[in-house]
Structures are given as C-alpha cells and as structure tokens.
Design a protein around this ligand. Structure first.
Ligand code: SAM
Length: 306
C-alpha cells in the first residue's frame, strides 16, 4: 500500500530505553507506519502492533507477512489487558505509546485531520466507529463547545469561537474542514493568527472525538499490570495535556505512600510500582526537528516496572 511516509520521532531514545533483544516481547500501542516497531523487530524482539486506524493496521498486516515476529490488532491501546490476552501473554517486556497522529493521517485530506486541505470534518482514528467531529459540533450547544475548546485546546477565545461555529451551523452544516475554517476565520481574521487558532480548535475536537486523554489514562493504569518486573513503558506525547497525565502517573507510581503530608502515619495502601527513568521529559535534538518539524513538540517519558 502506497501512503505518505511517517518519520518516527525520538526513535533512538525510545528503542534504547525499551532495550529490545531476542526473546523479549513488546506492545507497540500506536503502530502507525511501524517506524518504532521495525527497530524492535530488527533487534530480534516480538511485537504486537495495535492501532485504531484501519490503514495503519493494513500496513502492519502487510509487514507481518515478511516478519512473523510481528502481530497486529485493530484495537485501542486503552484495552492493553485484552490485547495481551489475545496473544496468550500475561505480561510483556515493554510498552510503547507514541501518541497523536501520524503524517499519513495528516496528509490524507479524507481523514479530516488538517485544516490545510479541504476534507470531511471527521477526525476519528477509527473511521468505522464513533461520532465524527462534524456530528459532535452539530450536537453541542455553544457553551459546551466553548468548554471543550478551552479544556482540550487551551483556547482563550473559546466562547467567541464556539458561538461563531454554532452560528455558522445554523446556515449550513459545519461538516467539512473548510466550513469550520471559514467559521473560525469570522472571529479570528486571516493569517498566522488564524492558523494558530485552527490548530488549537482541531486539537480540541480530535481529543474529544477520540477520548484521547481518557484512553491514555486507562492505558497507563493497565500498563502496570501488563509489564513484567523490569519491563519498561515509554510514552511520547505531543502536547502538554498528555504530557501532564504521563508525568503525574509516573510520579504517583514511583511513590510508596500517597497520603496527604499532614497525616502522621501512612494510611494508604499505595505501593511503588514504577521507577522513573526520565527525571525530565526528553526532547528531540535540533537536528531531529530540522529534519522532521513534526517532532518539535514531542516529549518522551519512561518508567520501569519494579
Ligand atoms: C504518532 S502515530 C505513531 C507512529 C509510529 N510510532 C510510527 O513510527 O510509525 C500515532 C498512531 O496512534 C494511533 N492511535 C491513536 N490513538 C490510539 C488508540 N487509542 N489506540 C490505538 N492506536 C491509536 C493513530 O491512529 C496513529 O496511527
């Protein structure tokens, strides 16, 4: 299958942390075009690739014909336990989550991930299930849409923009990326400011349509039970909302007690499950971002099951 290429982000760092070798098994929860998975396979490991995007799963299946150590499932990484059980595995040596969208998803207008090309206002990773962004926009009241743009897009003018979108929807359905762009342009003007606003609006809708933050929280909670002792979880995120979730999860999993500081003795049953491997989020080098501008916002955090 010929599709636009995806350059894997922070690939050397992620692979070094995952330390693949023959006999080890991994879940790549965000297979995409398999850039990271290939490196794990090259090192002799077995990999289960998951993705919600059916094009990505097709690429995985094609790759697995030549590489039997690769298995594929069209499944959300939020169902990590189910993914392992489907392979008869009880635990794995590593889990990789490279969040967000792949370049082919952005570059294929029919997926509706970009405002730069006309296309349906879809934004679903799995285009066969769930509500599209167009349906979500049509269903929400202006106040609800404003809350969503504020929460998931950190958009400061969320109320004005939400009103403009809902107003536009009264004249004709806001069901294409160009119609959404035109509605936002009414309050945002044209030029670089419009592009920045549109990025935040698209980010917010994408997060909501795919329940991205909920999926990440569920996956991290499940990861602890899915990792063998010494197994590692590596997460690459592309915006602060995701990175905050990963950072808090690692910080909490790294503690033996989560009681409020004013309690004289520990009353919680929380026990340390993960060791933090990245004191600070790791970022791509300048040379990586020069070669691949889409890597710019990436932050990588990793932990090891104790
Ligand atoms: C940044 S890309 C991964 C790229 C991949 N690491 C590579 O090198 O080719 C993220 C992928 O995760 C997928 N995805 C997003 N949310 C998902 C979820 N909850 N479960 C499974 N896959 C998901 C997207 O469809 C996309 O293909």
């Amino acid at each position: 299958m010929k599709t636009p290429k995806h350059i894997p982000v922070l690939c050397d760092t992620a692979v070094t942390l995952l330390a693949p070798e023959p006999g080890k098994v991994y879940v790549d929860g965000t297979f995409g075009r398999g850039g990271h998975a290939k490196r794990l396979l090259d090192a002799g490991a077995e990999v289960l690739g998951l993705d919600l995007d059916h094009d990505a799963v097709a690429v995985c299946e094609e790759m697995s014909r030549a590489r039997p150590a690769l298995r594929c499932r069209a499944l959300s990484f939020r169902k990590l336990g189910e993914a392992l059980a489907s392979q008869g595995w009880t635990s794995v040596d590593g889990i990789l989550l490279d969040l967000g969208v792949s370049s082919p998803q952005i570059d294929i207008p029919a997926k509706g991930f970009t405002y730069r090309e006309g296309g349906p206002l879809d934004l679903r990773f799995d285009q066969q299930a769930g509500e599209t962004a167009a349906e979500l926009v049509a269903r929400l009241e202006a106040d609800e849409l404003a809350d969503l743009l504020w929460r998931y897009g950190e958009e400061r003018r969320s109320r004005r923009i939400a009103r403009a979108i809902v107003q536009a929807g009264r004249d004709e359905p806001v069901d294409t990326t160009s119609r959404l762009q035109a509605a936002v342009a009414r309050v945002s003007g044209r030029g670089p400011r419009l592009n920045a606003t549109l990025s935040r609006v698209f980010q917010a809708l994408r997060i909501a349509v795919n329940d991205e933050l909920g999926a990440l929280e569920e996956a991290l909670a499940a990861a602890v039970d899915c990792l063998s002792p010494g197994g590692r979880c590596v997460v690459i995120s592309y915006h602060s909302l995701e990175d905050r979730i990963v950072k808090r999860w690692l910080r909490k999993a790294n503690q033996d007690c989560i009681c409020p500081p004013e309690l004289p003795v520990c009353a919680c049953t929380h026990r340390r499950t993960m060791k933090v491997l990245t004191r600070r989020a790791m970022r791509p080098s300048e040379s990586e971002t020069a070669k691949n501008p889409r890597a710019r916002s990436a932050r990588l955090r990793a932990g090891e099951r104790v």
